[in-house]
Design a protein around this ligand. Structure first.
Ligand SMILES: C[S@@+](CC[C@H](N)C(=O)[O-])C[C@H]1O[C@@H](n2cnc3c(N)ncnc32)[C@H](O)[C@@H]1O
Length: 219
């Protein structure tokens, strides 16, 4: 492993806003994020596949009365968001280093008020369908985690994954569903405050339009 990565991992160990294996709160955070970590009772918002955490940081600046938790398995990416949040003095941002399929080990049912899934890996092979973050097994987990009327937002550069997700959602009990194949030229653009992620910039430069949808689960 390179020196740079090792340095980043070492800093993650020191950074209060990174929750990862080896830290006491990691093994004991379920149901306790508001009171024990953020020390308030503000709503919890998840950014899944957060990478460098552009949405967690960007939305936290816009909504100081909400707590944001970026989730990703890659520590060197989380380091970037963690460091920026600290530099900006944002106390309403944290990062959880884990696999998204394990979220229910870290959050209680109905502990979450909103979920943003931001440019997840498209997993185009049919054999990998279960690993797509909008596969029904993930949606069932998000439904358990979300409070009544909690929003799920999904953003991707990948048309195949977006079409797959629209198809999957036809079988789900959802409400207030809306979507666009061109976020930046849509009525939803303002909800994103111009936040763009690393992957988004790469794929926009290749000519991809950014796709976006949001909905709430029916009870
Ligand atoms: C395509 S990148 C997007 C990163 C960022 N959202 C962006 O737009 O720049 C997908 C991210 O999802 C993370 N990831 C993929 N599958 C995951 C899983 N099952 N659990 C946790 N993280 C995962 C990867 O580590 C990677 O950082």
């Amino acid at each position: 492993m390179g020196r740079k990565k090792l340095d980043r991992f070492a800093q993650n160990e020191q950074n209060y806003n990174v929750v990862e294996d080896g830290k006491p709160f990691y093994a004991n955070c379920k149901g306790k994020w508001q009171v024990e970590h953020f020390k308030n009772t503000n709503p919890l918002v998840l950014e899944l596949a957060c990478g460098r955490g552009e949405y967690s940081v960007g939305l936290a600046e816009q909504y100081p009365q909400k707590n944001f938790i970026g989730v990703d398995i890659k520590g060197a990416r989380i380091w970037k968001g963690s460091t920026i949040a600290i530099e900006k003095g944002l106390e309403n941002v944290a990062f959880l280093r884990t696999y998204i399929q394990n979220l229910e080990q870290f959050f209680d049912n109905k502990e979450i008020s909103e979920i943003w899934i931001i440019h997840p890996d498209p997993r185009p092979k049919e054999a990998d369908a279960r690993r797509r973050l909008t596969h029904p097994r993930f949606l069932a987990m998000y439904k358990n985690l979300l409070q009544k009327d909690g929003w799920l937002h999904f953003k991707t550069d990948n048309t195949g994954l977006f079409d797959y997700t629209l198809e999957i959602l036809q079988e789900q009990k959802i409400k207030n569903f809306s979507y666009t194949y061109d976020l930046h030229n849509s009525e939803f653009a303002q909800d994103h405050f111009g936040i763009k992620t690393k992957y988004e910039i790469v794929f926009e430069e290749k000519g991809e339009k950014i796709k976006y949808l949001k909905f709430q689960f029916e009870e």
